[in-house]
Design a binder for this molecule. Structure first.
Ligand SMILES: [Zn+2]
Length: 106
C-alpha cells in the first residue's frame, strides 16, 4: 500500500526544476487533516521552473501507473499516491517527500 498524497505537493525533476501539484477538482473533495487528496489528473500539466537543462522541463506530461491508486477514487477519479512520478516535457518528475502519513490506498 502507498500513502495518498494531499495538495499542495512539491515535485522535482532531476535537473533542479521544481513545481507544486495543487487540487484542481471541484468540491466536495476528500480531505486528510484538512488538506485535499490529489487525483491523478491534478499531476498532469503542472508547471516546472528552474530546470537547468538547455531545453528545460516546463511541465508534467504523464503519471506512471504505479503512482495512481487502483481502488480509491474521488468523484470517479483515481487518487494520486505519494510515490507518484512520471514524465515531463523533457525528462521526469517525482514527488518530494515528506508527505502525509495517515491514509493508505491500494
Ligand atoms: Zn528537468
Amino acid at each position: 500500500m502507498a500513502k495518498v498524497i494531499t495538495g499542495p505537493a512539491p515535485i522535482q525533476c532531476p535537473h533542479n526544476g521544481t513545481g507544486i501539484i495543487v487540487s484542481r477538482q471541484p468540491p466536495p473533495l476528500l480531505t486528510i487533516a484538512g488538506m485535499p487528496a490529489l487525483v491523478a489528473l491534478d499531476a498532469i500539466g503542472v508547471t516546472i521552473s528552474g530546470c537547468t537543462l538547455p531545453k528545460p522541463c516546463t511541465k508534467t506530461v504523464t503519471v506512471l501507473p504505479a503512482g495512481i491508486a487502483i481502488k480509491l477514487q474521488v468523484q470517479g477519479k483515481p487518487v494520486l499516491l505519494a510515490n507518484a512520478s512520471g514524465a515531463t516535457d523533457n525528462g521526469s518528475w517525482s514527488v518530494v517527500p515528506p508527505v502525509q502519513t495517515k491514509l493508505d490506498a491500494i
